[in-house]
Design a protein around this ligand. Structure first.
Ligand code: PLP
Length: 422
């Protein structure tokens, strides 16, 4: 950061204070909080309604309107298995939310046990999870709700810091799992390197029985650019290292079709799926197979999914670029913040100078710009550096995203300059 005299800082501060005041006078009402698809994106799939044309038979002749088919339709397993890079027999199709599937897996491992009552994590006095930070607040909320202690692990550009992960797992048998968002991680947007994926696949042998990599591949096919980095296939590594029991993969069409009416899926080893299906059989007679069939009709095959995702990218890309161009123009080289330019996913992760995230979020709220609460990307909502802010540009219109980005940089400047003068 360039060295400024107190006088220079005061002069800059006066300009920024005036910009902030002008923004306040505009009575903005903007929201960059949650990573929801915008209505233009949702409109891409309106023809899901009625797509079956009255034909409710699956490829095996099953009437999808009726009960049954607890683990999903074969054609849905085949299609969504390609998203996770696994064989159909390793897939279970659930309801609309992958988050419910994640919750159910943790609940199963904790209470009933993946291999019967003796194996339940809950038999230990303490159950801990590794949480790469910054990360996804709803993963952390599951742990907090179920009484699982969270241990933060630094997130690098290549994924979780695997030296730290392996050390922790090797030293503490109470650590039962790790959360991962391997492609376009929420919120940093990084894609795990091949080496990270292989080391995650090997954790099962290091940790012993019933350790779980909760591999939430929510953004598996959500590239913004055709040349976005791909992700190594973790199930290939698991096969190589004999650790298939240690990984549960998750995905959904929440950000492919309808966020509130999509299809969720998970994949794991044969034994894990048997335990999962048994657990599920007490909760449901079967999922919404009508919706599964509608999704297969709409998306058809991996090429169909890729073509569809390019339409999403065309809508999202300008929103991301509006934020990134504004950050670059206003803040690059000032030392007032750091960010990455993601090649896919739903978020931009911004780090203020230490101790300023809460203040930036507060300043933004005062002028009608709603940002994700500072700390939300850390376990227990506590960012020790008070620095990370997650920006989610998908939902507002492009004009609103642009306005929000401009207001955001004013708030960052204001908080930083005030801190420098303090
Ligand atoms: N996983 C991650 C990493 C997410 O960012 C989100 C939504 O923002 C979800 C899961 C939610 O997925 P679903 O709608 O399938 O429950």
């Amino acid at each position: 950061m360039e060295q400024l005299s107190q006088q220079d800082i005061s002069r800059q501060l006066a300009t920024v204070e005036a910009q902030y005041k002008a923004l306040a006078g505009r009575k903005l009402s903007l929201d960059l909080t949650r990573g929801k698809p915008g209505s233009e994106q949702l409109d891409l799939c309106n023809h899901l309604d009625g797509i079956l044309g009255g034909d409710y038979r699956s490829e095996t002749g099953l009437d999808v309107r009726n009960y049954g088919g607890l683990d999903g339709l074969p054609e849905a397993k085949r299609l969504f298995g390609t998203v996770l890079g696994v064989s159909p027999e390793n897939v279970v199709i659930g309801g609309n939310a992958s988050l419910s599937l994640m919750y159910t897996v943790i609940d199963l491992a904790l209470s009933a046990g993946l291999r019967g009552p003796e194996s339940a994590w809950g038999n230990s006095d303490e159950v801990k999870f590794l949480c790469p930070v910054p990360g996804y607040d709803r993963h952390f909320a599951i742990c907090e709700y179920l009484g699982i202690e969270m241990i933060p692990v630094p997130m690098l550009d290549t994924g979780p810091d695997m030296d730290v992960v392996e050390k922790q797992v090797g030293e503490d048998a109470d650590i039962k799992g790790i959360w991962c968002v391997p492609r376009f991680s929420n919120p940093t947007g990084c894609v795990y390197s091949d080496e990270t994926v292989e080391r995650l696949a090997k954790l099962g042998s290091l940790a012993g029985d019933h350790f779980l990599v909760m591999y939430d591949n929510a953004y598996a096919v959500h590239s913004l650019y055709d040349d976005a980095p791909g992700l190594a296939n973790i199930s290939d590594y698991c096969e190589q290292h004999g650790t298939a029991d240690s990984v549960f993969q998750f995905g959904s069409t929440s950000k492919i079709t309808f966020a509130g009416a999509g299809v969720a899926f998970l994949a794991s080893s044969t034994d894990n799926l048997a335990a999962f299906k048994h657990h599920l059989s007490f909760q449901s007679i079967g999922p919404d197979k009508v919706n599964q069939l509608r999704h297969v009709k709409l998306l058809q095959d991996p090429e169909g999914i890729a073509a569809h995702m390019r339409k999403h990218a065309a809508i999202l890309r300008p929103r991301f670029e509006a934020v990134l161009a504004t950050l670059e123009r206003e803040l690059a080289g000032t030392g007032m913040g750091e960010w990455l330019a993601p090649r896919g996913g739903y978020f931009i992760s911004f780090n203020t100078r230490p101790g300023l995230a809460k203040e930036v979020v507060r300043l933004a709220a005062e002028i009608g710009v709603n940002l994700t609460p500072a700390g939300a990307t850390f376990p227990y909502g506590k960012d020790p550096a008070d620095s990370n802010i997650r920006l989610a540009p998908s939902f507002p219109s492009l004009a609103e995203v642009q306005e929000t980005a401009e207001a955001f940089v004013v708030c960052v400047k204001l908080a930083t300059l005030r801190q420098q003068l303090a």
